[in-house]
Design a binder for this molecule. Structure first.
Ligand code: B12
Length: 210
């Protein structure tokens, strides 16, 4: 029922966990990490008022409207990755929910690969069964192309140089990265995920403009 409600908004359950009784989840027994349902997400989102109005943070505004409605319907609450600073610990939550740390630091997921991302986390008071766990796809990835895919070695196993990445993408020679981060694109799992190029462009433009 939850999955079909989310699918109407081109969203899906990426993973979940049964949370501890901490500052975020007191009174809630289930946490579900919600992400875009690819490849439908982009064509759906671009028909929504938050995209069409051309105002800043359209995807965050869309996520808030839709997931707040879903949370209300289910009697739960929702946290968003952009709620900050200080930011809710999405990375820690993801690591409890079928996501792993890849060789380059980014999160990796068995379906999304390095394109793993979240639109929110739903906190529900009932105990729900969780999606089945999956192995880390990097364990069976022989070539690990992500380690060497960045043309300027800004994102490698030794870390992420955000300033160098932004400067390069903003330059003429680096503008090819605007259609998608080469590291994320190099992941064999990501390549079968169906992330639309226009969506990658949207995120990379937002990233460089920050
Ligand atoms: C701030 C932030 C950033 C900052 C990081 C600043 C820094 N490193 O100094 C900037 C703007 C650079 C950034 C960039 C990106 N980010 Co970011 N980011 C966040 C955010 C909103 C908060 C992180 C935070 O400060 N947490 C609090 C601190 C205390 O915890 P922390 O674990 O130490 O946080 C660190 C990591 O999150 C890391 N980080 C954040 N993003 C990224 C991206 C990469 C490539 C790496 C290696 C590390 C990294 O930087 C944080 C500060 O050191 C999270 C959402 C969330 N609520 O967690 C998303 C998040 C981590 N980012 C995400 C994404 C998708 C990206 C991008 C890849 C997307 C894009 N194209 O815009 C880009 C990278 C560009 C690229 N190569 O494609 C995803 C996860 C991706 C993944 N598979 O792991 C998240 C969860 C957002 C989401 N909606 O799903 N991000």
């Amino acid at each position: 029922m939850i999955e079909s409600t989310l699918q109407k908004h081109a969203l899906t359950i990426v993973g979940g966990f049964h949370p501890p009784d901490d500052e975020w989840f007191t009174g809630y027994q289930t946490a579900l990490m919600i992400g875009p349902d690819e490849p439908e997400f982009w064509s759906h989102f671009t028909q929504q008022p938050e995209y069409l109005d051309g105002l800043p943070d359209g995807m965050d505004r869309f996520s808030k409207r839709v997931l707040q409605q879903v949370a209300e319907k289910l009697g739960g609450k929702v946290y968003f990755p952009s709620d900050g600073p200080p930011y809710p610990p999405f990375i820690q939550w993801a690591l409890k929910s079928s996501c792993y740390q890849s060789p380059v630091g980014l999160l990796v997921h068995h379906k999304a690969g390095l394109f793993t991302s979240f639109r929110g986390v739903l906190a529900l008071s009932e105990f729900h069964d969780l999606p089945l766990p999956h192995d880390n796809p990097c364990d069976s990835c022989v070539n690990q192309p992500c380690k060497t895919a960045c043309p300027i070695e800004a994102l490698t196993p030794s870390g992420y140089d955000v300033a160098a990445c932004k400067t390069y993408i903003g330059s003429k020679v680096g503008s090819a990265c605007l259609s998608g981060c080469k590291v994320r694109l190099s992941c064999p799992v990501s390549q079968n995920f169906g992330r639309v190029k226009a969506q990658s462009e949207f995120h990379m433009k937002a990233f460089v403009g920050e």
